[in-house]
Design a protein around this ligand. Structure first.
Ligand SMILES: [Zn+2]
Length: 224
């Protein structure tokens, strides 16, 4: 099935400029490994970024303006290292048969079957991928078939990228490669598909707020 849910233009641009946090960079790179459309979009943005730098060269720029332009494009003395680091999170085309696309694969100590999942709640297990200062939290969730997740809202943002299986949210279906970004006031209650476990890469930047009865009961025990 073709991917229908992509990162926002803002996320793709910020990724191309190298200005995303490691968590969001990993998220966009992993989506792009599965999505030729977004790989093309990122390449286009990077080409525009290079053209801007080249055009700017003959013009005498004030030092501060140049420094800020270079910082935005993540090049220059300090940025070179960061750029090299980001390269590791560059998207590679998905080979198809593998469950974990690069670059996510390099963050995990094994294939999906070998991961030491920890139970998070009924039908839901998690594997922590990355925890960053500032509250960004990156984890894999494995959700048993036909599991209704507790209804919840968000203090901040929640990005969910499907790697295996699918889930439904309202009238929308999210399958491998699809990314759902939920912000602020959105309250939703996703349900996993009937055929197999659904495995997702999830990045959150604030604790979730559970609104349903079951969720409120679980809240003290579930550290989302
Ligand atoms: Zn895409």
């Amino acid at each position: 099935m073709a991917i229908r849910h992509h990162p926002s233009d803002d996320l793709l641009l910020a990724y191309a400029a190298g200005s995303l946090s490691e968590s969001l960079s990993l998220l966009v790179a992993t989506h792009s490994a599965l999505c030729p459309r977004c790989r093309r979009e990122i390449e286009r943005s990077e080409a525009i970024g290079s053209a801007v730098v080249e055009e700017a060269e003959p013009v005498e720029m004030e030092t501060a303006a140049l420094a800020s332009a270079l910082a935005r494009l993540d090049v220059g003395s300090g940025g070179a290292e960061a750029t090299a680091e980001k390269r590791q999170a560059a998207p590679f085309a998905d080979a198809g048969a593998r469950n974990i696309p690069d670059p996510l694969r390099s963050y995990l100590n094994g294939q999906l079957d070998d991961l030491r999942w920890r139970r998070l709640g009924p039908g839901v297990r998690q594997y922590p991928v990355l925890s960053q200062p500032g509250g960004l939290n990156t984890r894999l969730l494995q959700i048993a078939p036909e599991t209704t997740l507790p209804e919840h809202g968000h203090g901040g943002e929640e990005h969910t990228l499907v790697l295996k299986g699918c889930f439904f949210d309202g009238d929308d279906i999210f399958a491998r490669g699809d990314l759902e970004s939920a912000h602020g006031e959105i309250v939703h209650q996703p349900v996993s598909g009937p055929d197999e476990d659904c495995i997702c890469l999830v990045v959150t930047d604030a604790p979730l707020r559970f609104t349903g009865l079951v969720g409120r009961i679980l809240q003290p025990f579930v550290k989302f």
